[in-house]
Ligand binder design. Structure first.
Ligand SMILES: NC(=O)c1ccc[n+]([C@@H]2O[C@H](COP(=O)([O-])OP(=O)(O)OC[C@H]3O[C@@H](n4cnc5c(N)ncnc54)[C@H](O)[C@@H]3O)[C@@H](O)[C@H]2O)c1
Length: 474
């Protein structure tokens, strides 16, 4: 299996560049802008899986014992949220930097949790994964560490939940899939945007046929992070700025996760191929030069080549539907994750906020009409926990809904809403977009991480059909 998959990697990469079986066309394909020939899909069919993690229910865990790794900007909020969920015990807190680990532990004062701290060197996290009294490793470190940590956790018998993206290379995506299947441990990507209120409502509406056949959807991550990325202390060791030496859509999952669920990706449909185009960089290189003139700290960045500011990636699915994703973290624009669902009978769009719904070309429904739809289509998880989640917070409540649902599924022995195939497929868009951008936007095949099970996998349960009994301490 391993070698078939690795062959697939090589083949699909070449197919994406238009090179398989057509070496003489290489320069033509590279310079003409013509898409490569994708009529031969054999690259997608030479794999078989030992086990299907989609729909897989791991044994119930009454008390989910958690070890957290990475306690910078993002991690501590998760520690706090988890401390409010019944049936959770926080056993370990790990960060390379002692002050970050200590600050996270302070958040748990006056609670029943008394985690051990792991800190001071870059391999301490392994000790957390090696403990035999932990069920779940929750990862909020820089991107390059997500897959090594998740794989090590699963190999040591733990479920893994990784911040976004779960992987940064296609090789890593396969490592996640193969390890999860081999160990039968869950590997969830912590895509909180799948649990935002409007997104959940549109998922429910899609499931009940409101949009008719969904033809097209859009998502984005447009978030002005220019100064933060160059800040000396915002992100550990400027890791996020350094990621911007890569050129493509580096952070696709916030926009993609919700629309992938709406379009039943990996559960009835599959992403087939993508085409990605990037603008030039008009901001980061200039900023690096300006800063380096005043401060030698920035000298290593001054002659670097940075990611094009705006990336637009278009995906076509096996069923002939399209998705458009955008990524821009430098332009001074209002925040947007675009959540657009366009079907044969209706449309939904969020960003600018608030979200809107339409059923014709004549315009958006009025506020009372929208309210009536909200009443009808708000899914049970929101009805049950929405107000509480808003109080507890985390991006307006969506972070809490995500954490609660993860714990509730583990405690009730239910399949996760977001499994390893989603983690791999959604994360894969970044390296595949880089490949397309580097080849004058030629099309690139998207691997079938499900080994063909996408045809029969069941859609995500939006109705809380099972479980839902985990209480919240507030
Ligand atoms: N889903 C969301 O809405 C959302 C929001 C913000 C960040 N994130 C994600 O969360 C992750 C962390 O982002 P952040 O802003 O907190 O970054 P950060 O730099 O503030 O935090 C990362 C932490 O990891 C620690 N770390 C680095 N190497 C380590 C090692 N070997 N062992 C243990 N700890 C180590 C650092 O000391 C740092 O405290 C990223 O993947 C980011 O994309 C997600």
């Amino acid at each position: 299996m391993q070698s078939n998959r690795r062959n697939f990697l090589k083949l699909s990469g070449l197919a994406g560049l238009g090179l398989v079986g057509a070496p003489m066309l290489k320069s033509h394909a590279a310079h003409s802008g013509l898409n490569s020939d994708h009529s031969d899909h054999s690259v997608n069919s030479d794999r078989n899986s030992d086990f299907n993690m989609s729909g897989y229910a791991a044994p119930k865990i009454d008390t989910v014992r958690i070890g957290f790794i990475g306690l910078g900007n993002r991690g501590p909020g998760a520690v706090k949220r988890m401390s409010k969920i019944d049936g959770v015990e926080i056993k370990a807190l790990c960060d390379l930097r002692p002050d970050k680990a200590a600050a996270a532990k302070k958040l748990l004062e006056n609670t029943s949790h008394n985690p051990t701290i792991y800190t001071g060197n870059e391999n301490e996290w392994k000790k957390v994964c090696e403990r035999n009294d932990i069920d779940l490793i929750y990862i909020a470190t820089p991107w390059q560490l997500h897959t090594p940590m998740a794989v090590y956790a699963m190999e040591h018998g733990k479920h893994a939940a990784s911040e976004v993206p779960a992987a940064v290379t296609i090789e890593e995506c396969w490592q996640l899939v193969e390890t999860s299947e081999k160990t039968k441990k869950h590997c969830m990507i912590l895509e909180n945007c799948c649990y935002d209120f409007f997104e959940l409502m549109t998922l429910n509406m899609a499931r009940q046929g409101f949009f008719g056949e969904i033809v097209h959807a859009e998502g984005a991550y447009i978030h002005h992070l220019l100064e933060d990325n160059f800040s000396k202390d915002k992100y550990y060791d400027l890791w996020r700025l350094k990621e911007n030496f890569r050129n493509g859509n580096l952070y696709p999952t916030h926009g993609l996760g919700p629309i992938a669920q709406v379009m039943n990706i990996n559960r009835g449909d599959k992403m087939d191929f993508l085409v990605s185009v990037s603008s030039n960089d008009f901001m980061m290189g200039n900023m690096a030069k300006e800063l380096a003139e005043k401060d030698s700290f920035y000298k290593p960045f001054e002659n670097k080549s940075f990611r094009g500011n705006m990336n637009t990636t278009t995906i076509r699915t096996n069923k002939g539907k399209t998705m458009m994703l955008q990524h821009d973290v430098t332009s001074p624009r209002p925040y947007s994750r675009i959540h657009l669902v366009s079907g044969t009978k209706g449309t939904a769009q969020k960003y600018p906020e608030p979200g809107r719904i339409s059923t014709s070309h004549e315009g958006w429904l009025t506020e009372p009409e929208f309210k009536a739809l909200e009443e009808k289509y708000q899914p049970p998880i929101v009805k049950k926990l929405g107000e509480m989640a808003k109080q507890i917070g985390g991006h307006g409540g969506m972070d809490f809904l995500m954490d609660w649902r993860l714990i509730d599924c583990l405690r009730n022995g239910l399949p996760l809403d977001i499994n390893v195939y989603d983690a791999a497929a959604w994360s894969a868009i970044a390296p595949l977009s880089e490949k397309s951008v580097a080849s004058r936007s030629n099309s690139v095949d998207i691997p079938d991480f499900t080994s063909g099970f996408w045809k029969t996998n069941q859609p995500v349960d939006v109705f809380l059909q099972k479980g839902g009994n985990t209480k919240v301490k507030i």
